[in-house]
Design a protein around this ligand. Structure first.
Ligand SMILES: Cc1cc2nc3c(=O)[nH]c(=O)nc-3n(C[C@H](O)[C@H](O)[C@H](O)COP(=O)(O)OP(=O)(O)OC[C@H]3O[C@@H](n4cnc5c(N)ncnc54)[C@H](O)[C@@H]3O)c2cc1C
Length: 292
């Protein structure tokens, strides 16, 4: 198979090459997904645009109280080994650590994980739970920033369209008494895709311990990674007792929209949403109590 290969040296040059290709030039980041698709001849791109060397997109920075600005081409392994992420966003660490293998995470990027727009992309629920945003250049050449959950349109489809470029992900700094957690269920312990994943973040009111803010995100149980807003409503401004956390988990089961496939039936997935959401809420609550 023959195709063109580009190595742009700036964001502008990248956007120009993408537009000239009219959807036939595809971004190559870590290549752990796109190279496999090319080898299987499952796609018909005419050109690859290597963005691994683009300045600004390959690293991340941390704000004074833990907020993150992550370039889209940051390798997962760099994030996994960050002490700031370990300290402030264990939810993100837990999601990244289960992606593929160490070798894969040395190559794969956070942007590639999101731009695949897979309903089971592990970083997606974790980032949604933290209230992160995605900044990208859209098909029309305009820079836009949206909450991560709005990036996804359907399985394999995102707001980036065929010529968009994801630039960065911004994760807001966590308020005091904030805790978070990610859990996933896979058929095998490693190198597998989630049957169900869940991530929760809870912020407690320091004066009375009630839930000030909460976010619950689910993977692999709908056409895109989703939030569970009615489950969140159950918890807001209430004392997070174990009974209330279990009630929110039951609501999340009702809110999700899973399908039957080779990895699991819809009814099994729905049941597992209940288990994982309860666990992530309990863990997030424990962690929030320790972070005054
Ligand atoms: C063996 C194996 C195990 C895996 N396990 C997991 C797992 O456990 N969990 C999981 O979530 N995924 C898993 N994956 C999928 C994949 O490796 C990850 O999603 C990875 O993060 C993709 O990142 P990448 O940089 O390699 O993407 P690439 O392959 O370079 O790109 C993926 C797609 O995103 C587009 N793209 C990349 N960056 C940008 C950008 N900045 N702007 C616009 N478009 C862009 C590319 O054009 C391509 O369509 C696995 C893959 C393999 C092969």
């Amino acid at each position: 198979m023959r195709f063109n290969y580009f190595e742009p040296s700036s964001i502008k040059e990248t956007v120009d090459v993408l537009h000239q290709g009219q959807g036939n030039n595809k971004i190559l980041a870590g290549g752990t997904d796109i190279i496999i698709r090319l080898r299987r001849q499952a796609s018909s791109y005419q050109g690859l645009v290597n963005i691994k060397q683009l300045p600004d997109l390959t690293t991340f920075s941390t704000g004074p109280r833990g907020g993150l600005s992550i370039g889209a081409v940051t390798r997962l392994r760099l994030l996994e080994t960050s002490t700031a992420i370990r300290e402030h966003f264990p939810v993100l660490l837990e999601a990244i650590q289960v992606i593929g293998s160490l070798q894969l995470r040395n190559m794969a990027t956070i942007g590639g994980n999101l731009c695949n727009a897979s309903p089971s992309a592990d970083s997606a629920p974790a980032l949604i739970a933290t209230g992160a945003t995605a900044t990208f250049i859209d098909d029309g050449g305009n820079e836009r920033t949206v909450p991560i959950q709005r990036l996804f349109v359907g399985p394999g489809s995102s707001l980036l369209g065929s010529t968009g470029l994801l630039l960065r992900i911004d994760v807001p700094e966590p308020a005091v008494m904030t805790g978070n957690n990610f859990e996933r269920l896979t058929p095998r312990n490693a190198m597998d895709i989630a049957i169900v994943s869940a991530a929760s973040q809870l912020t407690l009111e320091p004066t009375n311990g009630k839930v000030r803010d909460v976010s619950i995100a689910l993977g692999a149980v709908a056409p895109t990674p989703v939030q569970a807003p009615r489950a969140e409503d159950i918890l807001r401004n209430r004392e997070p007792t174990s009974v209330l956390l279990a009630k929110a988990a039951t609501m999340a089961m009702e809110e999700c929209n899973p399908i039957d496939d080779i990895r699991g039936s819809a009814s099994y997935r729905r049941a597992m949403v209940g288990v994982l959401v309860r666990r992530t809420l309990e863990r997030a609550f424990e962690r929030a109590q320790k972070r005054r």
